[in-house]
Design a protein around this ligand. Structure first.
Ligand SMILES: *Cc1c(COP(=O)(O)O)cnc(C)c1O
Length: 462
């Protein structure tokens, strides 16, 4: 018989997590104003809010932390990380930042001005936030197949190159500071971008003289999908694939909290010396001196090791197989999700589950609250609350998809936890027709409202 996948590591330390009763959770979620971000983690049993900074570091990473050099300028930890970044991505210039959005902040401060247009594939929320905050516009050119959750396609994160070319052709060059390619495409369901698509996006960008930025949070998972789904890459190593991916790009922003498998950190990397000098000014202003940015020496060392470890096939195979395992359990129960299962998460298609809840009452958020009440599981809404209001009209934007993201932290939970999550979802799925009302907003911030939004049930549940 074919041997099943198993993790290429064993456990050396564990952390207690706690179950609770439904009564407790009903009280706690009301106290949290029905926003899962407001729950203390002690009130959560399985935390699938995000895979960002929530992974388990390896013994090698913890050992590397002890070698951290905390010099203000020129720390050896900086040079070790810089060398690893150059080896893996091929970029000569590198600036550490405290996380991904900080990388966006320092880079966009040098590049984005009011009235600019930034085409890409489903820009991540902080990326879009940093664009819109500078009164520029993010234009989504993701392939339209991404909107049909039932379609089983290998690269649903791809850019629609006709749409991209239309944007590039119809705007003056100085209005488009860069094309932003997000890998994997988080917002469309952790779906990968193919190497063929990257090649084409890069050629188009070059044709119009626009630099290509890769928003890189899950670059290694993307490389895994290229290896396993794009035939000509099946014999290449993850590191070879990553090198080729980045040969097409001019610069990258990275949230190291994802595929760097660290709890905090990020960076900007690029080829252009002049741009590096410009960006360095913003690094010093917002983050710190250019050899630490927002990071301590020990965190830079943990990241250098994390990047090396997580660009190995075995690691990625175990992780992505676990996400796939959760997907298969949901298949058994007939629960619809964005197909095929993504790299870091399963995105449950909330619109297909809660068919009676109106979109104005936040369908995916309603499902998220149900899942918390059912099993103490914390997931995150990728729907109308996240989509926020149109910056110009201030009208609510209702996206085509209402998804509930179950993000699986790296090396943290077992397949038994996956079974538990699937069972909780099945219980909700069995009683889905009884859920007919959702929630209304009682407070929201002017930008990125999902983090701090407060809600109330539309009909108080008795
Ligand atoms: C997480 C993420 C970011 C932002 O990074 P933070 O480390 O959370 O600030 C940007 N882009 C993508 C695609 C991400 O997944």
């Amino acid at each position: 018989m074919k041997l099943p996948y198993a993790e290429p590591y064993r456990m050396k330390m564990v952390e207690a997590i706690h179950t609770s009763t439904r009564n407790e959770r009903e009280k706690w979620i009301a106290e949290a104003n029905y926003n899962l971000f407001n729950l203390p983690s002690s009130r959560v049993y399985i935390d699938l809010l995000t895979d960002s900074g929530t992974g388990a570091m390896s013994d090698r990473q913890w050992a590397a932390m002890m070698t951290g050099d905390e010099s203000y300028a020129g720390a050896l930890s900086f040079y070790r990380l810089k060398e690893q970044v150059e080896k893996i991505f091929g970029f000569e210039y590198f600036l550490p930042t405290h996380q991904g959005r900080a990388a966006e902040n320092v880079l966009f401060s040098a590049l984005v001005k009011p009235g600019d247009i930034i085409p890409g594939n489903s820009h991540f929320d902080t990326t879009k936030g940093h664009i819109e905050y500078r009164r520029a516009t993010a234009v989504d050119c993701t392939v339209k197949e991404a909107n049909d959750t039932r379609l089983e396609l290998p690269f649903k994160g791809n850019v629609d190159c006709n749409a991209l070319e239309e944007v590039l052709r119809s705007h003056p060059r100085d209005k488009i500071p860069f094309v932003c390619l997000t890998i994997t495409n988080n917002t469309s369901g952790g779906q990968p971008v193919s190497m063929a698509n990257m090649r084409e996006v890069s050629a188009l960008s070059k044709k119009y003289g626009v630099p290509l930025l890769i928003d890189s949070a899950r670059f290694a998972e993307n490389a895994y999908f290229i290896k396993t789904r794009e035939r000509e890459y099946s014999d290449k190593t993850i590191k070879e694939i990553v090198a080729e991916m980045y040969s097409h790009a001019d610069m990258m922003t990275m949230s190291a909290k994802k595929d760097g498998v660290v709890n905090i950190g990020g960076f900007v990397a690029l080829r252009d010396r002049e741009l590096f000098r410009k960006v360095s000014v913003f690094s010093i202003m917002f983050e710190g001196f250019i050899t630490y940015g927002g990071m301590s020496g020990r965190d830079m060392d943990a990241l250098a090791v994390g990047l090396d470890e997580n660009t190995e096939f075995e690691q990625l195979h175990a992780r992505i197989s676990q996400v796939g395992y959760l997907g298969k359990k949901l298949d058994e129960y007939g629960i619809p999700y964005q197909r095929p299962s993504g790299g870091h998460a399963i995105f449950v298609d909330a619109k297909q589950v809660l068919t009676s809840v109106p979109k104005e009452q936040f369908i995916a958020q309603t499902l998220g609250i149900e899942l918390y009440l059912e099993g103490g599981i914390r997931a995150v809404e990728i729907g109308a609350i996240l989509a926020d209001r149109d910056p110009a009209t201030r009208e609510n934007r209702y996206p085509q998809l209402e998804l509930l993201r179950l993000a699986v932290p790296r090396r943290s939970y077992t397949d038994n936890h996956m079974n538990y999550i699937a069972a909780a979802l099945k219980n909700i799925y069995d009683r889905r027709n009884a859920i007919t009302t959702g929630y209304r907003i009682t407070y929201e911030a002017p930008i990125m409202r999902h983090f701090t939004v407060e809600l109330a049930p539309v009909t108080p549940k008795i």
